[in-house]
Design a binder for this molecule. Sequence first.
Ligand SMILES: [Zn+2]
Ligand SMILES: [Zn+2]
Length: 285
Amino acid sequence: MSRIWICAGWLLAAAPTLLSAHQPSAAATYLGNEGVLVARGETKVVFDAFYDDSYGQYTLVPDTIVSAMMAGEPPYDGVDAVLVSHVHGDHFAAGPAVAYLRAHPEVPLYGSQQTLDKIAEFVGEEDSLLARIIAVDLKPEDPPVRFDIDGLVIEAVAIPHAGNRPEIQNLSWRVTLDGKTTVTHFGDAGVVMADFDRHAEHFAARRSQAAFPPYWFYGEDDGRTIIDKHFHADQVVGVHVPAAATGHGEAARARFGADLFTDPGESRSLEGAPLANPKDRREQP
Ligand SMILES: [Zn+2]
Ligand SMILES: [Zn+2]
């Protein structure tokens, strides 16, 4: 009997050592439109995950994923920060964002001044929830901002919105998880070389394991040039693909000759060398 107990004790004591010998896995999971969950082990952030307007053509986050996020079920548990690119309804809405923040009272939200204003309008100026909103009031020509919090380096620059919409603050967030895994999100950045050139130093300062530009970067020569010149990314996965491509990811990727997120729930590994073949990518867990 005692031998068994000794054995079991050894196994229990050894288990954490064996587990820690492995690197935690890192992956990006698509939520819808420009919504992405990025996780490295237990360190997690979500981009543009709380919104409610498809504008009749973009993917909403499916109800099953919304419910799981709200309930904090794996893999949507333990989110360390919520990031918002801009206040258009296919990226952010105060209602769903506030519902999430109320259900997860430890989670901070990083967004533009306009994002903070929308939340303040929704909850009222006195609400204690506003203490968890970190607002960045950046103009396109302003230098980057940086926040260091537990396990995360969060940086932002403003990149003007596509289609000449200067009234909208659009932020490009770059987040490094546990000093190991870096991703960059661009919101609805326009394909304007000068808007990236002025932040060349910022983009070059840290390599990303994945960059998530809106898919229109693939459709313009300058978009491809900006990707090559400024993204410094091991892999590029286009987002904001119209909902018509859902279920037709392979055809969409073939059409653009590039990787795209099309189906909420699909993931990309953020470890090791990027895979050359989109078909191989699709088959990753
Ligand atoms: Zn927009
Ligand atoms: Zn958009």
